[in-house]
Design a protein around this ligand. Structure first.
Ligand SMILES: O=C(O)CCC(=O)C(=O)O
Ligand SMILES: [Fe+2]
Length: 359
């Protein structure tokens, strides 16, 4: 389930701002909350959530400290009641705090935000290994290619034409992927996968965790190049388009990948619409379980079974990721090689609510 949601503070709710604005002061007197929005404070400025919690705990029981956004320098501190928040605000706002590296904190009351659009994905616990993440069928192998091989793969794709999408660039091999239908045209074979990817394909054959029956005759490659701050919307790779194993090699830079298991399956019909109309954007749906994993450069991710068929995967649109209180900057680009096998018959999986072959 998503974490508690706290919107940005009401701009009229600032307390102690010395702006002499009588409307602001009036608003300050009437608005209070057990939640504080604290700026100039967070992992990006060297203050862990635990350290922040211990300082704010002098004013009452702290229920939690959450990232307020993806800056790493603004947090939400939640108390049990308004009076603790008021005491912390009046003691700590606007002056250097010796226990927090003498930073001057800027504190306002925060308000609960009803819109799901601001769910803060940076505050989900990010796992460093697939076993810790514990989604059946998800595997991550670090150092799948060497730094030298990484440079060769990047040089190979940079020597070939990129297709520019709105926010990122792509290349397709084997079969063209169509973003409108989220499918491939199986009648239009572009040819064998290029030779620069052969060492990767060979190594995939000995990927641990593959069953003897696994079909790893991968025939479709999509190369994605993400600039910093660009991610990918939540999606399940179309069941009818691709078989059950999806490999994704990360190159040049890291990211986190979030996984969401939606209670309503993969189809989000808008209220009043028929099941055949355009699905609602899953980012507007809130009823899901979430997990996240850190993908370092040169690692290979395998999505199989439940992880491939029933969980949406998503790359948050962040310039930094917060992993165990550490701020990890997205580099100037991340390039991924997604390797799949195009499906020829309908999917007959165990997850009909996520399967377009059953619609
Ligand atoms: O960039 C990645 O690692 C994932 C790409 C992806 O999910 C896709 O192309 O469907
Ligand atoms: Fe995908």
């Amino acid at each position: 389930m998503g974490l508690p949601r706290f919107g940005p503070p009401n701009p009229k709710a600032a307390v102690g701002d010395d702006d002499g604005d009588s409307n602001t002061k009036k608003a300050n007197r009437v608005i209070s909350s057990p939640n504080l929005y604290v700026a100039n404070c967070g992992p990006a400025v060297g203050l862990s959530h635990d350290t922040i919690a211990s300082v704010f705990a002098s004013f009452g029981h702290v229920r939690g400290v959450y990232a307020a956004d993806d800056s790493g320098a603004r947090v939400i501190v939640c108390y049990d009641n308004d009076s603790c928040a008021a005491a912390a605000l009046s003691a700590l706002h606007g002056r250097p705090c010796p226990q927090l590296a003498s930073r001057t904190l800027h504190i306002r009351y925060s308000v609960l935000q009803p819109s799901p659009a601001t769910v803060n994905s940076s505050s989900v616990q990010v796992c460093l290994s697939a076993s810790e993440n514990a989604i059946p069928g998800l595997y991550l192998l670090p150092d799948f290619v060497t730094p030298h091989e990484e440079q060769e793969l990047l040089a190979a794709v940079d020597a070939r034409p990129w297709i520019s999408l709105a926010k990122r660039r792509v290349q397709h091999y084997g079969y063209q992927f169509c973003y409108q239908t989220r499918n491939v045209n199986t009648k239009q074979h572009l040819g064998a996968l290029p030779s620069f990817v052969s060492p990767v394909l060979e190594r995939v054959l000995s990927f641990p965790n593959l069953s003897d029956a696994a079909d790893v005759s991968l025939d479709q490659l999509t190369v994605n190049e993400y600039p910093p701050g660009v991610g990918l919307s939540p999606h399940i790779d179309t069941h009818s388009a691709f078989e059950g194993l999806i490999f994704s090699l990360s190159l040049a830079g890291p990211c986190i990948m979030e996984f969401r298991r939606y209670a309503q399956g993969a189809w989000f019909p808008k209220a009043g619409s028929s099941i055949d109309t355009e699905p609602e954007n899953p980012e507007n749906c809130t009823n899901f379980t979430r997990k996240a994993i850190y993908l370092p450069p040169r690692s290979m991710l395998l999505l199989s079974g439940e992880a491939r068929l029933a969980w949406h995967h998503y790359i948050p649109h962040h310039k930094i990721d917060i992993v165990n209180d550490n701020v990890i900057k997205r580099s100037s680009r991340r390039v991924s090689f997604t390797l799949r096998k195009v499906r020829t018959g309908p999917c007959q999986c165990q997850f009909p609510q996520y399967c377009d072959s059953r619609r």
